[in-house]
Design a protein around this ligand. Structure first.
Ligand code: NAD
Length: 373
């Protein structure tokens, strides 16, 4: 599926299910594949053919430097359907029992793990042992101890470990980061992050502690945690947090519904954030400095991201986050490129340490000191 005609056919088909795909997005994605590219390509297998796996697979059809070449799933019917949709050879398809055999498959360079959070660590370690690069969805693991094991396994195997922080490649986000580095906001004083949505189906894995590792914080609050770090441009040194549960019948033991947390940074800047599974329309970042401000809403959804600063609207064009992420990750793995904001295991481990500390602060009511370095 690498010709322009194939891509247009896929988009014609997806227009039925995605009637709101902006024309500017299509035009941009078409322009990417129309540019001739003859360099190396990262061959990627997706593990976990669920909702987000589908989003990534579709977006990758617009990539030049990354190509979907393999599939890993426990459901034979899904494998068959995806094989046909994405023109994947049956010899590149695996299940959760036999995927260690990818080590003998030259058509697969990397595996993108897009399964429930609790499975990430073991799956990543198996992929690393098979000698393939690991791209893993957020949160990288259930806690910092697991994250550390993944980093060690990938390091030992000599493979990359990258985490799906798509916002680290998003143009409006990168512009705010550029302005902050340029001193346009002056000394940064305050960040506010609001991340939440009203979660549906009570039977889904996101509400099952054994599979999710927690609740809203693991899933959506992590955007405010990670965003606080890239917007302020520092790593926090302390955290305080408070949990509220208004619907205990929906959110069981260990599954957080709503958490407010505060972060303190070495410069004296502070952050105040909200993570919730019980309110809609919460996708907002606000950064305040001595000389100016940035606000983004939506700030981390699939976009288009909207935002403005004290200097005016942010006008950088929207691109499919997942397509750009995969192009950039191919460059990181194949061409040793360094992204503006890191997307590696060490970066993700910092978020896991903060998550551990937020849960501890909720439990104890105490201020927890952080050492992320
Ligand atoms: P999903 O439920 O739609 O898909 C999960 C897939 O894993 C399914 O195909 C399911 O069959 C498979 N699976 C394998 N073993 C399983 C098991 N034991 N129990 C349940 N499912 C099992 O979930 P999703 O929304 O695609 O989320 C998957 C991962 O992607 C999560 O880690 C999530 O945080 C992450 N995610 C990231 C983004 C992003 O924007 N970066 C967006 C959505 C999801």
């Amino acid at each position: 599926m690498n010709t322009r005609r194939d891509f247009l056919q896929l988009f014609a088909a997806s227009a039925v299910t995605l009637p709101l795909t902006p024309l500017s997005t299509l035009a941009h994605e078409m322009s990417i594949i129309e540019e001739k590219y003859e360099g190396p390509v990262l061959q990627v297998a997706i593990m976990g053919l669920g909702n987000y796996g589908g989003t990534v697979a579709k977006a990758m059809q617009g990539c030049k430097k990354a190509r979907l070449t393999g599939l890993i799933s426990g459901t034979p019917a899904k494998l068959k359907e995806w094989q046909a949709t994405y023109n994947i050879s049956p010899k590149n398809c695996y299940n959760y029992e036999n995927f260690d055999q990818i080590k003998n498959n030259p058509d697969i360079d990397a595996v993108y793990i897009i399964t429930p959070n609790a499975l990430h660590m073991e799956q990543a370690i198996r992929v690393a042992k098979a000698g393939k690069h690991v791209i893993c969805e957020k949160p990288m693991a259930l806690n910092a101890a697991e994250g550390q094991r993944m980093i060690e396994a990938c390091s030992k195997a000599g493979v990359s470990l990258l985490v799906g922080y798509r916002m680290h490649f998003e143009p409006k986000t990168l512009e705010v980061i550029r302005m902050r580095k340029n001193g346009d906001f002056g000394k940064v004083l305050f960040f506010q992050g609001q991340s939440g949505f009203n979660i549906g189906d009570p039977k889904q894995w996101r509400l099952n502690k054994a599979l999710s590792g927690g609740g809203s914080l693991m899933d959506i609050g992590i955007y405010s945690i990670n965003g606080a770090r890239y917007m302020v441009g520092e790593d926090p040194i302390w955290v305080t947090a408070q949990e509220t549960k208004t619907q205990p019948e929906r959110f069981g033991e260990g599954v957080d519904e709503t958490i407010q947390f505060q972060l303190g940074f070495p410069s004296g800047a502070v952050a105040s954030c909200l993570s919730t599974y019980a309110m809609n329309h919460l996708d907002r970042f606000y950064l305040n400095g001595e000389k100016g401000f940035a606000e983004m809403q939506p700030s981390t959804g699939y976009g288009p991201i909207k935002g403005r600063t004290h200097k005016g609207e942010l006008t950088q064009p929207h691109q499919s986050h997942q397509m750009v992420q995969m192009e950039e990750m191919a460059d990181i793995i194949i061409n040793a490129q360094t992204p503006t904001v890191a997307v590696d295991g060490a970066e993700a481990l910092k978020d896991l340490k903060i998550i551990d500390a937020i849960y501890e602060a909720c439990r104890t009511g105490k201020k927890v000191t952080l050492q992320l370095g």
